[in-house]
Design a protein around this ligand. Structure first.
Ligand code: NAP
Length: 266
């Protein structure tokens, strides 16, 4: 079987570093290049920490895809760049696996339309950790019985987007089974802006940012006299890599757009 040729975008980032190692250590994967925002023309092995990664660094997605002709792009960058990379990959017939978070609903719809047009698979996964997917599914299941819900997501303080893609996705999944409802007292008001968190169809989402954290989320569901808390913690970025592998193995056989790993795990 031919190896799956892969480009990783954002290789020096916290997630990107892990993804580079995953690709290099997986037998049927071949890391053909990386996409960075600097070091054009250098080899990744010249960057500290990547001694054994003898692949070229590109700063232009077009040049990279044209030259290296990968099968899959793994994007772990920033929302603006990630969106561009994803679209460019699709236009070159390359299937994207996107871990980058912070895409708007419109951007997601746009990418879905583009996938349909190109008849190419694309997986956008706000969370690659299998435990986090289960946390989202369990929360959706519980939301049938508890309509008052507060989502608290906690991340390291270098995260750019808020709320997290996982919190957003959790709220979307819950909204599929929960009647829209404004929570709290009808006359409640904030004496400090933001105190009640973000509002998603009446549910509240709170974003905590602290150094030392990785990626954590708890969903608190309450009703008269009882509450249920569902919590997931990622303690390191290795927790995401089995999901990245599952997404790569799936996307190469896929001709549609998939948003969320829960759609590809049983
Ligand atoms: P990070 O450490 O800040 O890494 C982002 C990397 O992207 C940096 O190395 C950055 O380079 C690079 N970059 C910026 N512009 C670029 C460009 N034009 N081309 C190529 N690379 C570029 O962030 P992270 O923690 O690894 O997270 C990356 C993304 O994954 C974020 O959107 C985050 O929310 C998401 N994430 C997803 C999951 C999941 O399970 N799906 C889990 C964790 C994180 P500079 O530092 O030089 O700017």
């Amino acid at each position: 079987m031919d190896k799956i040729k892969i480009v990783v975008a954002g290789p020096r980032g916290k997630m990107g570093k892990e993804a580079v190692q995953l690709v290099m250590n997986t037998e049927n994967y071949e890391l053909v290049a990386v996409l960075d925002r600097k070091y054009e023309g250098m080899k990744l092995s010249e960057i500290e920490g990547f001694g054994n990664a003898d692949v070229p660094i590109y700063t232009s997605a077009e040049t990279c895809f044209e030259t290296e002709k990968p099968d899959v792009l793994i994007d772990l960058t920033t929302p603006e760049v990630g969106k561009l990379h994803t679209k460019t990959a699709l236009s070159y017939g390359i299937r994207p696996v996107v871990g980058t978070t912070g895409f708007s609903k419109e951007e997601m719809n746009d990418l879905e339309g583009f996938c349909r047009e190109k008849e190419l698979g694309c997986i956008i996964a706000p969370n690659f950790a299998v435990g986090a997917i289960l946390m989202m599914k369990f929360s959706q299941m519980a939301a049938k019985y508890f309509e008052d819900i507060e989502i608290i997501e906690l991340h390291h303080n270098q995260k750019l987007d808020a709320p997290s893609g996982t919190a957003y996705k959790t709220a979307e999944m819950i909204a599929q089974v929960r009647e829209q409802k404004k929570q709290g007292h009808p006359n409640e008001h904030e004496t400090l802006t933001g105190a009640r968190g973000a509002d998603y169809e009446g549910m509240r989402i709170h974003s905590v940012r602290l150094p030392g954290l990785v990626a954590h989320q708890q969903v608190m569901l309450g009703s008269d006299g009882q509450s249920l808390t569902i919590r997931h913690d990622s303690y390191n970025r290795g927790s995401f890599m089995s999901g990245v592998k599952l997404a790569v193995d799936t996307v190469v056989k896929l001709d549609t757009f998939v948003y969320g790993l829960e759609n590809i795990i049983e």
